[in-house]
Design a protein around this ligand. Structure first.
Ligand SMILES: *[C@@H]1O[C@H](CO)[C@@H](O)[C@H](O)[C@H]1NC(C)=O
Ligand SMILES: *[C@@H]1O[C@H](CO)[C@@H](O)[C@H](O)[C@H]1NC(C)=O
Ligand SMILES: *[C@@H]1O[C@H](CO)[C@@H](O)[C@H](O)[C@H]1NC(C)=O
Length: 499
Protein backbone atom coordinates (compact mmCIF):
# COMPACT_ATOMS: atom_id res chain seq x y z
CA UNK A 1 0.00 0.00 0.00
CA UNK A 2 1.21 3.52 -0.78
CA UNK A 3 0.67 6.21 1.84
CA UNK A 4 0.60 9.85 0.82
CA UNK A 5 2.17 11.04 4.05
CA UNK A 6 3.67 9.62 7.19
CA UNK A 7 0.84 11.15 9.23
CA UNK A 8 -1.69 9.29 7.07
CA UNK A 9 0.33 6.13 7.55
CA UNK A 10 0.18 6.58 11.32
CA UNK A 11 -3.61 7.06 11.15
CA UNK A 12 -4.04 3.96 9.03
CA UNK A 13 -1.74 1.78 11.12
CA UNK A 14 -3.58 -0.62 13.46
CA UNK A 15 -3.48 0.29 17.13
CA UNK A 16 -1.00 -2.49 17.98
CA UNK A 17 1.54 -1.61 15.31
CA UNK A 18 4.79 -0.17 16.62
CA UNK A 19 5.46 3.42 15.59
CA UNK A 20 8.24 4.05 13.10
CA UNK A 21 11.71 4.11 14.63
CA UNK A 22 13.66 1.74 16.84
CA UNK A 23 12.08 -0.38 19.56
CA UNK A 24 12.77 1.30 22.93
CA UNK A 25 16.11 0.16 24.33
CA UNK A 26 16.37 -1.02 27.95
CA UNK A 27 17.76 2.36 29.00
CA UNK A 28 14.62 4.09 27.73
CA UNK A 29 12.42 1.56 29.51
CA UNK A 30 14.34 2.21 32.67
CA UNK A 31 13.70 5.92 32.37
CA UNK A 32 9.96 5.23 32.07
CA UNK A 33 10.11 2.80 34.96
CA UNK A 34 11.52 5.37 37.32
CA UNK A 35 8.92 7.92 36.20
CA UNK A 36 5.92 5.65 36.74
CA UNK A 37 5.01 3.70 39.85
CA UNK A 38 4.07 -0.02 39.47
CA UNK A 39 4.81 -2.50 36.67
CA UNK A 40 6.33 -1.42 33.37
CA UNK A 41 3.46 -0.50 31.04
CA UNK A 42 3.11 -2.33 27.69
CA UNK A 43 2.31 0.63 25.52
CA UNK A 44 2.23 -1.24 22.21
CA UNK A 45 0.90 -4.69 23.12
CA UNK A 46 -2.30 -6.12 21.66
CA UNK A 47 -5.43 -6.05 23.78
CA UNK A 48 -5.15 -8.66 26.52
CA UNK A 49 -1.35 -8.62 26.72
CA UNK A 50 0.38 -8.17 30.06
CA UNK A 51 3.85 -8.20 31.52
CA UNK A 52 6.85 -6.42 30.07
CA UNK A 53 9.09 -7.23 27.15
CA UNK A 54 12.30 -6.75 29.10
CA UNK A 55 13.34 -7.31 32.68
CA UNK A 56 14.64 -4.95 35.37
CA UNK A 57 18.27 -3.94 35.85
CA UNK A 58 18.34 -5.85 39.16
CA UNK A 59 18.79 -9.12 37.21
CA UNK A 60 22.21 -8.07 35.97
CA UNK A 61 24.98 -10.31 37.38
CA UNK A 62 25.36 -11.36 41.00
CA UNK A 63 22.76 -9.94 43.29
CA UNK A 64 22.31 -11.40 46.83
CA UNK A 65 18.65 -10.43 46.88
CA UNK A 66 17.92 -12.66 43.82
CA UNK A 67 19.14 -16.10 44.99
CA UNK A 68 19.81 -18.80 42.40
CA UNK A 69 18.25 -22.27 42.70
CA UNK A 70 21.18 -24.71 42.69
CA UNK A 71 19.60 -27.56 44.65
CA UNK A 72 17.02 -29.06 42.28
CA UNK A 73 18.38 -32.28 40.74
CA UNK A 74 17.89 -32.85 37.04
CA UNK A 75 19.39 -36.36 37.10
CA UNK A 76 17.22 -38.88 35.29
CA UNK A 77 16.64 -41.91 37.52
CA UNK A 78 17.51 -45.22 35.74
CA UNK A 79 13.88 -46.27 36.20
CA UNK A 80 12.90 -43.49 33.79
CA UNK A 81 14.89 -44.72 30.80
CA UNK A 82 15.89 -47.94 29.03
CA UNK A 83 19.22 -48.98 27.60
CA UNK A 84 19.51 -50.52 24.15
CA UNK A 85 21.39 -53.81 23.69
CA UNK A 86 25.11 -53.04 23.55
CA UNK A 87 24.81 -49.64 25.19
CA UNK A 88 26.92 -50.64 28.19
CA UNK A 89 29.44 -52.68 26.17
CA UNK A 90 32.98 -51.39 25.80
CA UNK A 91 32.99 -47.94 24.15
CA UNK A 92 35.71 -48.82 21.67
CA UNK A 93 33.78 -51.90 20.56
CA UNK A 94 31.40 -49.24 19.26
CA UNK A 95 28.42 -51.54 18.68
CA UNK A 96 25.52 -50.09 16.73
CA UNK A 97 22.87 -48.93 19.19
CA UNK A 98 19.29 -49.40 18.11
CA UNK A 99 17.52 -46.64 20.01
CA UNK A 100 14.42 -46.83 17.84
CA UNK A 101 12.14 -48.34 20.47
CA UNK A 102 13.82 -47.94 23.87
CA UNK A 103 12.02 -45.75 26.39
CA UNK A 104 13.53 -42.25 26.76
CA UNK A 105 16.89 -43.03 25.01
CA UNK A 106 19.98 -41.60 26.70
CA UNK A 107 23.43 -40.71 25.29
CA UNK A 108 25.07 -43.48 27.27
CA UNK A 109 27.96 -45.46 25.78
CA UNK A 110 30.10 -47.88 27.82
CA UNK A 111 29.47 -49.51 31.15
CA UNK A 112 32.03 -48.26 33.59
CA UNK A 113 32.10 -45.01 35.51
CA UNK A 114 29.77 -42.07 35.13
CA UNK A 115 27.39 -41.98 32.18
CA UNK A 116 25.75 -38.85 30.82
CA UNK A 117 21.99 -38.48 30.57
CA UNK A 118 20.11 -35.82 28.63
CA UNK A 119 17.40 -33.95 30.53
CA UNK A 120 16.58 -31.98 27.36
CA UNK A 121 15.46 -29.97 25.51
CA UNK A 122 15.79 -32.45 22.68
CA UNK A 123 14.38 -33.80 19.45
CA UNK A 124 14.05 -37.42 20.50
CA UNK A 125 13.10 -38.87 17.07
CA UNK A 126 16.35 -37.38 15.69
CA UNK A 127 18.35 -38.80 18.61
CA UNK A 128 16.85 -42.24 17.96
CA UNK A 129 17.81 -42.06 14.27
CA UNK A 130 21.34 -40.84 14.92
CA UNK A 131 22.50 -43.00 17.79
CA UNK A 132 26.15 -42.81 16.65
CA UNK A 133 26.11 -39.02 16.98
CA UNK A 134 24.06 -39.09 20.20
CA UNK A 135 26.17 -41.79 21.89
CA UNK A 136 29.33 -41.93 19.75
CA UNK A 137 31.62 -44.96 19.68
CA UNK A 138 34.68 -44.43 21.90
CA UNK A 139 36.82 -44.41 18.76
CA UNK A 140 35.21 -41.22 17.38
CA UNK A 141 37.49 -38.23 17.95
CA UNK A 142 38.16 -34.66 16.91
CA UNK A 143 36.28 -32.60 14.39
CA UNK A 144 34.88 -34.07 11.18
CA UNK A 145 32.68 -32.01 8.87
CA UNK A 146 29.07 -33.13 8.61
CA UNK A 147 28.79 -35.97 6.08
CA UNK A 148 25.03 -36.44 5.91
CA UNK A 149 22.09 -34.64 4.41
CA UNK A 150 18.63 -36.22 4.64
CA UNK A 151 16.67 -35.09 1.58
CA UNK A 152 13.74 -35.05 4.02
CA UNK A 153 15.25 -31.76 5.25
CA UNK A 154 15.34 -30.22 1.77
CA UNK A 155 12.67 -27.86 0.51
CA UNK A 156 10.41 -29.72 -1.88
CA UNK A 157 9.67 -27.70 -5.00
CA UNK A 158 6.32 -28.77 -6.41
CA UNK A 159 5.58 -28.83 -10.12
CA UNK A 160 2.55 -27.24 -11.77
CA UNK A 161 -0.79 -28.77 -10.85
CA UNK A 162 0.69 -31.54 -8.69
CA UNK A 163 2.69 -32.90 -11.65
CA UNK A 164 5.64 -33.86 -9.44
CA UNK A 165 8.36 -32.39 -7.26
CA UNK A 166 12.10 -31.95 -6.88
CA UNK A 167 14.29 -31.56 -3.84
CA UNK A 168 17.99 -31.01 -3.90
CA UNK A 169 21.22 -31.27 -1.94
CA UNK A 170 24.18 -29.02 -2.72
CA UNK A 171 26.91 -27.13 -0.87
CA UNK A 172 24.12 -24.95 0.47
CA UNK A 173 22.78 -27.93 2.44
CA UNK A 174 26.01 -29.92 2.94
CA UNK A 175 29.07 -27.63 2.75
CA UNK A 176 31.67 -30.38 2.14
CA UNK A 177 29.91 -31.59 -1.03
CA UNK A 178 31.94 -29.33 -3.30
CA UNK A 179 32.41 -31.76 -6.19
CA UNK A 180 28.86 -33.12 -6.57
CA UNK A 181 25.25 -32.16 -5.91
CA UNK A 182 22.10 -34.28 -6.01
CA UNK A 183 18.40 -34.01 -6.80
CA UNK A 184 15.50 -36.38 -6.10
CA UNK A 185 12.76 -35.82 -8.69
CA UNK A 186 9.27 -37.22 -9.05
CA UNK A 187 7.10 -36.97 -12.17
CA UNK A 188 3.49 -38.13 -12.02
CA UNK A 189 2.20 -40.27 -14.94
CA UNK A 190 2.89 -38.53 -18.28
CA UNK A 191 4.40 -35.45 -16.60
CA UNK A 192 7.54 -33.77 -17.95
CA UNK A 193 10.72 -32.30 -16.65
CA UNK A 194 10.62 -29.67 -19.36
CA UNK A 195 13.03 -29.34 -22.29
CA UNK A 196 16.15 -27.72 -20.85
CA UNK A 197 19.92 -27.62 -20.61
CA UNK A 198 22.47 -26.67 -17.95
CA UNK A 199 26.07 -25.96 -17.12
CA UNK A 200 26.94 -29.13 -15.18
CA UNK A 201 27.10 -32.73 -16.39
CA UNK A 202 24.14 -34.82 -15.23
CA UNK A 203 24.24 -38.50 -14.23
CA UNK A 204 21.00 -40.16 -13.18
CA UNK A 205 19.73 -43.38 -11.66
CA UNK A 206 16.07 -44.19 -12.23
CA UNK A 207 14.66 -45.17 -8.80
CA UNK A 208 11.07 -46.14 -9.57
CA UNK A 209 8.73 -46.38 -12.57
CA UNK A 210 9.80 -45.59 -16.11
CA UNK A 211 10.47 -42.61 -18.36
CA UNK A 212 11.09 -41.64 -21.98
CA UNK A 213 14.11 -39.45 -22.63
CA UNK A 214 14.88 -37.32 -25.66
CA UNK A 215 17.93 -35.24 -26.53
CA UNK A 216 19.85 -33.76 -29.46
CA UNK A 217 23.62 -33.29 -29.68
CA UNK A 218 25.91 -30.80 -31.43
CA UNK A 219 26.07 -32.94 -34.58
CA UNK A 220 22.33 -32.97 -35.05
CA UNK A 221 22.17 -36.58 -33.95
CA UNK A 222 19.12 -37.43 -31.87
CA UNK A 223 18.51 -39.65 -28.88
CA UNK A 224 15.37 -41.34 -27.61
CA UNK A 225 15.15 -44.17 -25.10
CA UNK A 226 12.88 -45.66 -22.46
CA UNK A 227 14.38 -46.37 -19.05
CA UNK A 228 13.12 -48.42 -16.14
CA UNK A 229 13.99 -48.80 -12.46
CA UNK A 230 17.75 -49.31 -12.05
CA UNK A 231 18.72 -47.79 -15.43
CA UNK A 232 21.08 -44.85 -15.83
CA UNK A 233 21.29 -41.83 -18.09
CA UNK A 234 23.86 -39.13 -18.59
CA UNK A 235 23.49 -35.76 -20.27
CA UNK A 236 26.65 -33.75 -20.87
CA UNK A 237 26.61 -30.05 -19.98
CA UNK A 238 24.80 -27.98 -22.57
CA UNK A 239 22.99 -30.90 -24.26
CA UNK A 240 19.26 -30.10 -24.43
CA UNK A 241 17.02 -32.86 -23.13
CA UNK A 242 13.61 -33.67 -21.66
CA UNK A 243 12.30 -36.42 -19.43
CA UNK A 244 8.72 -37.62 -19.62
CA UNK A 245 7.19 -40.09 -17.19
CA UNK A 246 5.46 -43.06 -18.78
CA UNK A 247 2.04 -44.13 -17.50
CA UNK A 248 3.63 -45.66 -14.39
CA UNK A 249 5.07 -42.28 -13.32
CA UNK A 250 8.73 -42.02 -12.39
CA UNK A 251 11.13 -41.03 -9.61
CA UNK A 252 14.84 -40.57 -10.23
CA UNK A 253 18.04 -39.36 -8.67
CA UNK A 254 20.22 -36.79 -10.44
CA UNK A 255 23.90 -36.27 -9.62
CA UNK A 256 25.74 -33.21 -10.96
CA UNK A 257 29.51 -32.71 -11.08
CA UNK A 258 29.31 -29.33 -9.36
CA UNK A 259 28.55 -29.05 -5.65
CA UNK A 260 26.99 -25.61 -6.12
CA UNK A 261 24.64 -26.73 -8.90
CA UNK A 262 21.05 -25.59 -8.46
CA UNK A 263 18.18 -27.36 -10.13
CA UNK A 264 16.36 -24.02 -10.03
CA UNK A 265 18.90 -22.38 -12.35
CA UNK A 266 18.65 -24.48 -15.50
CA UNK A 267 17.95 -23.09 -18.98
CA UNK A 268 14.30 -23.84 -19.73
CA UNK A 269 12.69 -23.76 -23.17
CA UNK A 270 9.72 -21.87 -21.67
CA UNK A 271 12.01 -19.10 -20.39
CA UNK A 272 14.03 -19.06 -23.63
CA UNK A 273 10.86 -18.17 -25.52
CA UNK A 274 9.68 -15.70 -22.93
CA UNK A 275 13.02 -13.87 -22.76
CA UNK A 276 13.53 -13.09 -26.47
CA UNK A 277 11.70 -10.57 -28.63
CA UNK A 278 8.80 -12.19 -30.45
CA UNK A 279 9.97 -10.65 -33.73
CA UNK A 280 13.32 -12.39 -33.27
CA UNK A 281 11.67 -15.70 -32.46
CA UNK A 282 9.48 -15.37 -35.56
CA UNK A 283 12.55 -14.69 -37.71
CA UNK A 284 14.45 -17.53 -36.06
CA UNK A 285 11.78 -20.15 -36.77
CA UNK A 286 10.61 -18.47 -40.02
CA UNK A 287 7.02 -18.19 -38.80
CA UNK A 288 4.50 -15.46 -38.16
CA UNK A 289 4.63 -13.73 -34.76
CA UNK A 290 1.17 -15.15 -33.96
CA UNK A 291 2.87 -18.55 -33.69
CA UNK A 292 3.87 -17.49 -30.18
CA UNK A 293 0.39 -16.56 -28.96
CA UNK A 294 0.17 -19.72 -26.86
CA UNK A 295 3.64 -19.99 -25.37
CA UNK A 296 3.46 -20.47 -21.59
CA UNK A 297 3.71 -17.58 -19.19
CA UNK A 298 6.42 -18.38 -16.70
CA UNK A 299 8.31 -21.63 -16.23
CA UNK A 300 6.80 -25.01 -16.95
CA UNK A 301 9.63 -26.90 -15.15
CA UNK A 302 7.54 -29.91 -14.04
CA UNK A 303 4.12 -30.11 -15.69
CA UNK A 304 1.45 -32.49 -17.00
CA UNK A 305 1.78 -33.85 -20.53
CA UNK A 306 -0.07 -35.96 -23.03
CA UNK A 307 0.92 -39.65 -22.90
CA UNK A 308 4.03 -40.57 -24.87
CA UNK A 309 3.29 -43.05 -27.69
CA UNK A 310 3.67 -46.61 -26.39
CA UNK A 311 5.76 -47.48 -29.45
CA UNK A 312 9.07 -45.68 -28.96
CA UNK A 313 9.72 -45.61 -32.72
CA UNK A 314 6.92 -43.04 -32.98
CA UNK A 315 8.99 -40.74 -30.75
CA UNK A 316 12.09 -41.24 -32.88
CA UNK A 317 12.89 -38.12 -34.88
CA UNK A 318 16.05 -38.39 -36.95
CA UNK A 319 17.60 -36.02 -39.42
CA UNK A 320 20.32 -36.64 -41.97
CA UNK A 321 22.82 -37.25 -39.15
CA UNK A 322 20.69 -40.09 -37.73
CA UNK A 323 20.69 -41.30 -34.12
CA UNK A 324 23.51 -40.89 -31.62
CA UNK A 325 25.57 -44.10 -32.06
CA UNK A 326 25.88 -46.57 -29.13
CA UNK A 327 29.44 -45.41 -28.38
CA UNK A 328 28.11 -41.95 -27.46
CA UNK A 329 24.60 -42.77 -26.34
CA UNK A 330 23.12 -41.20 -23.21
CA UNK A 331 21.63 -44.29 -21.53
CA UNK A 332 22.79 -47.54 -19.99
CA UNK A 333 20.29 -50.26 -19.09
CA UNK A 334 22.03 -50.96 -15.80
CA UNK A 335 19.02 -52.84 -14.41
CA UNK A 336 19.87 -55.69 -16.80
CA UNK A 337 23.52 -56.00 -15.71
CA UNK A 338 23.97 -59.07 -13.48
CA UNK A 339 25.48 -58.21 -10.09
CA UNK A 340 28.86 -59.47 -8.88
CA UNK A 341 28.02 -61.69 -5.91
CA UNK A 342 30.18 -61.88 -2.79
CA UNK A 343 29.48 -63.29 0.68
CA UNK A 344 27.44 -60.54 2.36
CA UNK A 345 25.84 -59.04 -0.73
CA UNK A 346 26.56 -57.91 -4.27
CA UNK A 347 27.86 -55.00 -6.28
CA UNK A 348 27.51 -53.58 -9.79
CA UNK A 349 29.93 -51.08 -11.25
CA UNK A 350 29.20 -48.60 -14.03
CA UNK A 351 31.97 -46.31 -15.18
CA UNK A 352 33.27 -44.94 -18.48
CA UNK A 353 34.82 -48.33 -19.33
CA UNK A 354 31.31 -49.50 -20.24
CA UNK A 355 29.41 -46.17 -20.39
CA UNK A 356 31.89 -43.98 -22.25
CA UNK A 357 29.80 -40.82 -22.62
CA UNK A 358 29.75 -40.33 -18.83
CA UNK A 359 33.45 -39.48 -18.96
CA UNK A 360 33.99 -38.67 -15.32
CA UNK A 361 31.23 -40.55 -13.51
CA UNK A 362 32.08 -43.86 -11.86
CA UNK A 363 29.32 -45.49 -9.84
CA UNK A 364 28.84 -48.60 -7.76
CA UNK A 365 25.52 -49.97 -6.56
CA UNK A 366 25.90 -52.06 -3.41
CA UNK A 367 23.45 -54.47 -1.82
CA UNK A 368 24.62 -55.24 1.71
CA UNK A 369 22.78 -57.98 3.60
CA UNK A 370 21.65 -57.49 7.21
CA UNK A 371 24.68 -57.61 9.50
CA UNK A 372 27.09 -57.31 6.56
CA UNK A 373 29.33 -54.37 5.74
CA UNK A 374 30.81 -52.60 2.73
CA UNK A 375 34.47 -53.00 3.62
CA UNK A 376 36.75 -50.34 5.07
CA UNK A 377 38.22 -48.47 2.08
CA UNK A 378 38.98 -45.11 0.53
CA UNK A 379 39.04 -43.60 -2.94
CA UNK A 380 42.29 -42.36 -4.39
CA UNK A 381 41.23 -39.53 -6.67
CA UNK A 382 37.64 -38.51 -5.96
CA UNK A 383 35.20 -37.51 -3.27
CA UNK A 384 32.33 -39.96 -2.85
CA UNK A 385 28.71 -38.85 -3.12
CA UNK A 386 26.34 -41.54 -1.93
CA UNK A 387 22.63 -42.12 -1.57
CA UNK A 388 20.73 -44.72 0.43
CA UNK A 389 18.07 -46.38 -1.73
CA UNK A 390 16.69 -48.75 0.89
CA UNK A 391 17.47 -50.00 4.36
CA UNK A 392 19.75 -48.29 6.84
CA UNK A 393 23.44 -48.20 7.66
CA UNK A 394 26.22 -46.35 9.37
CA UNK A 395 29.53 -45.00 8.22
CA UNK A 396 32.61 -43.73 10.02
CA UNK A 397 34.72 -41.10 8.27
CA UNK A 398 38.39 -41.19 9.29
CA UNK A 399 40.23 -37.95 8.49
CA UNK A 400 43.99 -37.49 8.90
CA UNK A 401 45.63 -36.96 11.24
CA UNK A 402 43.46 -38.17 14.10
CA UNK A 403 39.75 -37.49 13.68
CA UNK A 404 36.80 -39.74 13.02
CA UNK A 405 33.04 -39.50 13.29
CA UNK A 406 30.22 -41.96 12.79
CA UNK A 407 26.98 -41.07 10.98
CA UNK A 408 23.74 -43.05 10.65
CA UNK A 409 21.86 -43.19 7.37
CA UNK A 410 18.43 -44.23 6.14
CA UNK A 411 16.73 -44.49 2.77
CA UNK A 412 16.56 -41.03 1.19
CA UNK A 413 19.71 -39.71 2.91
CA UNK A 414 22.73 -38.38 1.02
CA UNK A 415 26.25 -39.03 2.31
CA UNK A 416 29.48 -37.36 1.26
CA UNK A 417 33.03 -38.52 1.99
CA UNK A 418 35.90 -36.29 0.81
CA UNK A 419 38.91 -37.91 -0.89
CA UNK A 420 40.86 -39.79 0.50
CA UNK A 421 39.09 -40.23 3.84
CA UNK A 422 38.66 -43.86 4.93
CA UNK A 423 35.15 -45.19 5.50
CA UNK A 424 32.92 -48.29 5.53
CA UNK A 425 29.17 -48.76 5.41
CA UNK A 426 27.64 -51.24 7.84
CA UNK A 427 24.07 -52.45 7.46
CA UNK A 428 22.42 -51.61 10.81
CA UNK A 429 18.93 -52.78 9.91
CA UNK A 430 16.99 -55.96 9.38
CA UNK A 431 16.56 -55.63 5.61
CA UNK A 432 19.04 -55.27 2.74
CA UNK A 433 20.92 -51.98 2.60
CA UNK A 434 20.98 -50.80 -1.01
CA UNK A 435 23.05 -47.73 -1.76
CA UNK A 436 24.79 -45.93 -4.58
CA UNK A 437 28.35 -44.58 -4.56
CA UNK A 438 29.24 -41.97 -7.18
CA UNK A 439 32.80 -40.79 -7.89
CA UNK A 440 34.23 -38.24 -10.27
CA UNK A 441 36.61 -40.67 -11.95
CA UNK A 442 37.32 -42.31 -15.30
CA UNK A 443 37.44 -45.72 -13.62
CA UNK A 444 35.75 -46.83 -10.39
CA UNK A 445 38.54 -47.20 -7.87
CA UNK A 446 39.06 -47.87 -4.21
CA UNK A 447 41.76 -49.08 -1.85
CA UNK A 448 40.64 -51.99 0.30
CA UNK A 449 42.25 -51.93 3.74
CA UNK A 450 42.03 -55.72 4.00
CA UNK A 451 43.65 -56.28 0.59
CA UNK A 452 46.33 -53.66 1.29
CA UNK A 453 47.41 -55.52 4.42
CA UNK A 454 47.01 -58.90 2.69
CA UNK A 455 49.49 -57.82 0.02
CA UNK A 456 52.01 -56.39 2.51
CA UNK A 457 54.73 -58.66 3.96
CA UNK A 458 53.46 -60.33 7.12
CA UNK A 459 56.54 -59.26 9.05
CA UNK A 460 55.81 -55.62 8.20
CA UNK A 461 52.14 -55.88 9.19
CA UNK A 462 53.02 -57.70 12.39
CA UNK A 463 55.60 -55.06 13.35
CA UNK A 464 52.97 -52.35 12.91
CA UNK A 465 49.80 -53.87 14.31
CA UNK A 466 50.97 -56.78 16.49
CA UNK A 467 48.68 -59.26 14.70
CA UNK A 468 48.84 -62.97 15.54
CA UNK A 469 49.91 -65.50 12.91
CA UNK A 470 46.27 -66.56 12.57
CA UNK A 471 45.10 -62.98 11.89
CA UNK A 472 47.92 -62.46 9.38
CA UNK A 473 46.88 -65.67 7.57
CA UNK A 474 43.29 -64.44 7.24
CA UNK A 475 44.17 -61.23 5.40
CA UNK A 476 42.80 -61.46 1.84
CA UNK A 477 44.70 -60.83 -1.38
CA UNK A 478 41.49 -60.13 -3.29
CA UNK A 479 39.15 -57.26 -2.43
CA UNK A 480 36.21 -58.61 -0.45
CA UNK A 481 34.03 -55.51 -1.24
CA UNK A 482 31.43 -56.68 1.29
CA UNK A 483 31.98 -58.68 4.48
CA UNK A 484 29.24 -60.87 5.92
CA UNK A 485 28.27 -60.43 9.55
CA UNK A 486 25.89 -61.53 12.26
CA UNK A 487 22.36 -60.21 11.87
CA UNK A 488 22.40 -59.44 15.58
CA UNK A 489 24.87 -56.56 15.69
CA UNK A 490 25.29 -56.72 19.44
CA UNK A 491 26.30 -60.38 19.35
CA UNK A 492 30.00 -60.21 18.58
CA UNK A 493 30.52 -63.98 18.52
CA UNK A 494 30.03 -64.14 14.75
CA UNK A 495 30.86 -67.41 13.02
CA UNK A 496 30.52 -67.42 9.25
CA UNK A 497 29.16 -70.98 9.26
CA UNK A 498 26.37 -69.94 11.64
CA UNK A 499 24.72 -67.77 8.95
C1 LIG B 1 15.55 -44.23 -34.68
O1 LIG B 1 15.85 -44.15 -36.02
C2 LIG B 1 17.19 -44.45 -36.35
C3 LIG B 1 17.44 -44.15 -37.80
O2 LIG B 1 16.44 -44.68 -38.56
C4 LIG B 1 17.46 -45.89 -35.97
O3 LIG B 1 18.81 -46.20 -36.25
C5 LIG B 1 17.18 -46.09 -34.49
O4 LIG B 1 17.34 -47.42 -34.12
C6 LIG B 1 15.78 -45.63 -34.17
N1 LIG B 1 15.58 -45.66 -32.73
C7 LIG B 1 14.44 -46.08 -32.20
C8 LIG B 1 14.34 -46.01 -30.69
O5 LIG B 1 13.49 -46.47 -32.84
C1 LIG C 1 6.33 -49.11 -34.05
O1 LIG C 1 6.32 -48.04 -34.94
C2 LIG C 1 7.13 -48.26 -36.10
C3 LIG C 1 7.22 -46.96 -36.86
O2 LIG C 1 5.96 -46.35 -36.93
C4 LIG C 1 6.57 -49.42 -36.90
O3 LIG C 1 7.39 -49.66 -38.02
C5 LIG C 1 6.55 -50.65 -36.00
O4 LIG C 1 5.92 -51.74 -36.64
C6 LIG C 1 5.79 -50.36 -34.71
N1 LIG C 1 5.97 -51.50 -33.82
C7 LIG C 1 4.97 -52.05 -33.16
C8 LIG C 1 5.31 -53.18 -32.25
O5 LIG C 1 3.81 -51.69 -33.30
C1 LIG D 1 21.59 -60.17 20.30
O1 LIG D 1 22.68 -60.64 21.02
C2 LIG D 1 22.76 -60.17 22.35
C3 LIG D 1 24.10 -60.63 22.92
O2 LIG D 1 24.27 -62.00 22.75
C4 LIG D 1 21.56 -60.69 23.12
O3 LIG D 1 21.60 -60.19 24.42
C5 LIG D 1 20.30 -60.18 22.42
O4 LIG D 1 19.16 -60.71 23.06
C6 LIG D 1 20.30 -60.58 20.98
N1 LIG D 1 19.17 -59.94 20.34
C7 LIG D 1 18.32 -60.63 19.59
C8 LIG D 1 17.22 -59.81 18.97
O5 LIG D 1 18.41 -61.82 19.42
Amino acid sequence: MFYRSLAAAALLAPAWAAPAGPVPAPAMLKARQSDAAGPVPTPYGPAGSSGSLRGPESLLGYNPSNPVDVDTSIDIPPADFELAPGQTADKDLGLYLDLSTVKNPQPIRGGSGKVPTDPGPRNTPMDRQNSDLFAPPGTDAGDVPNAKWPLALSHNRHGLNGAGFARQQSVRELPISTAMAGVDMRLEPNAYRELHWHKANEWSLLLKGSARLTAVNENGESFVDDLQEGDVWYFPAGIPHAIQAMESGVEFLLVFDDGSFSEDNTFLVSELFERNPTSVLAKDLRVDTTAFDNIPEGELYIFEGTPAPKNISESNVTGPAGSIPPSGTYSYHWSQQPAYEVPGGNVKILDPLTFPVAKNFAAALFTVKPGAMRELHWHTTSDEWNYIISGQGRLTVFVAPESSRTFDFRAGDVGYVPVPDAHYLENTGTEDLVYLEVLQAGVYNDISVAQWLGLTPKQVVKDHLGFSEDTLNRLPQVKPFILPGHKNLTDTNYKEESE
